[in-house]
Ligand binder design. Sequence first.
Ligand code: IPE
Ligand code: IPE
Ligand code: MG
Length: 264
Amino acid sequence: MRESTTLTIPRVGDIPRHIAVIMDGNGRWARVRGLPRMEGHRQGVEAVRRIVAACARKGVAFLTLFAFSSENWRRPPEEVQFLLGLFRWLLQREVEELQRNEVRLRVIGDRGGLGEDLAILVETAERQTAQGGRLTLTVAVNYGGRWDILQAVNRCLQDHPELAGRLSERDLWPYLALGDAPEPDLFIRTGGEQRISNFLIWQLAYTELFFTPRLWPDFDEAALDEALAWYRSRERRFGRTSEQVHQERSERVAFRDNEREGEL
Ligand code: IPE
Ligand code: IPE
Ligand code: MG
């Protein structure tokens, strides 16, 4: 566990260390153009490329994208097949580009449900990009927040049966899907809906939530900048009062000034 917003108060910077995104609105983007939904998903991939590059450039360390939820199996079988096929194609094609850009790829979700060949492709891509130190790109596929919490509890108690009845947050963290990442500072959902749709329900406990009507295939760097400007305008209190936040900030500035004077 790197840090928990409910156990400690994190340092807040201007650029979020971790951004989590629900990429929504592909189908509507296609519908308003009289195109099949699949075309919306194809264009959505272009938006993913843009946002990965922009986050790497801006110094965001972790980007987590919701690509296929545990509930998306309820869609028509052709669409499910198309989405998984698109994912498979990207895993085969994009690894070199990710390596070139020093991006580490990780996939979270229930791999058991993906089929063996896709699970092997995922493992290979993760291994090949493991050295990427610039940005960790996590793609959530067959992921559900409730599944995540349950799998973490079950695995933790399997490893540590003695913890039954006194399990703590600290015990559980390493077993959660993003156990070695900081919690998301900023959450973005495109497509106009204002809901979490069973995404990172544990990890979003203190995340700033940004909703935009823009459809995912239209999301670009300017739209990301808009979300980042909104993020900078938030006061992240983590349970404290506004006065306490201001005081902490001025103490930090005073401390930094003293240190600088000492150096001169
Ligand atoms: C998001 O776009 C992509 C996935 C859920 C895979 P949608 O396909 O949900 O697009 P809308 O919400 O129908 O417009
Ligand atoms: C959430 O989008 C899941 C992904 C983006 C992968 P949905 O379009 O499936 O969400 P709901 O069902 O409208 O809440
Ligand atoms: Mg949708």
